[in-house]
Design a protein around this ligand. Structure first.
Ligand code: URA
Length: 237
């Protein structure tokens, strides 16, 4: 169905209608290759609309991507300190995606971004107990006693953590690497769990979320989840 172009831009979540009108007036919106005029109507299923050089996707298209986040990016949509945003890594994806949960500025690894509210809700709801595995490097040695405390759950200022799994412990000099699997999402949880044990985290990377891992996704790049993966993420709950 044909709609006014400013309405389509607003529906896609790219800007308010007023802002979209300004873009049209400024000649930044192309309709089938020609500058759009205020009042033009278009059908996203038929017409090609470009805004600032990027294609406008149909409003209803749901997209979920798996990003391998590098250190030094915030996983919020804005940053008052002007630091780099994870969404800066999505290149020319026309949809506006939001991160599902958070990774700290200096945490690396697997982060989902989506415009599918249902999927975001399913993945982040604590009731669904989605497992997340982190590769952790700490200064200091992870003793057997510490492993037991992690596995049993330990007390943080906002409550006791649920039992965690600890795997693949490797000691290199005065540091230790291990994999920690948790299904909660308390703020800075892994770092705080380690701090409680007297260990300082020097590297933290999320390497798995449920059945998803970072295979074939280099640091700083992303891939779209397939329809099958999205279905599985929703069904598993
Ligand atoms: N736990 C943390 O401490 N930080 C993260 O970014 C994710 C989990």
């Amino acid at each position: 169905m044909a709609e006014r172009i400013q309405k389509l831009i607003a529906q896609a979540g790219l800007a308010s209608r007023r802002q979209a009108e300004i873009w049209i007036e400024e000649g930044r919106v192309l309709l089938n290759g020609d500058p759009a005029k205020l009042g033009d109507r278009a059908d996203v299923a038929i017409d090609q609309i470009k805004i600032n050089g990027k294609n406008l996707a149909p409003a209803q298209e749901k997209v979920t991507v798996l990003l391998n986040k590098p250190r030094g990016y915030v996983s919020t949509l804005k940053d008052p300190e002007g630091r780099k945003l994870v969404t800066d890594l999505l290149g020319d994806l026309p949809q506006r995606l939001f991160p599902v949960g958070r990774l700290d500025y200096n945490t690396e690894g697997l982060l989902l971004l989506t415009n599918d509210g249902e999927l975001a809700q399913q993945v982040s709801h604590p009731r669904h107990h989605i497992e997340k595995t982190y590769l952790v490097k700490v200064h200091g040695l992870l003793t057997g006693k510490m492993v037991k405390r992690l596995e049993r759950g330990l007390v943080l200022e906002d409550g006791k953590t649920a039992p965690a799994k600890v795997d693949k412990i490797r000691t290199t000099g005065s540091s230790c690497w291990f994999e920690l699997t948790i299904h909660e999402g308390k703020n800075r949880q892994v770092r705080r769990m380690c701090e409680t044990l007297g260990l300082t985290v020097v590297r933290l990377k999320r390497i798995r979320l449920d059945f998803l891992d970072l295979k074939d996704v280099m640091t700083g790049s992303y891939r779209r989840l397939s329809a099958g993966e999205i279905k599985q993420l929703k069904i598993n709950k």
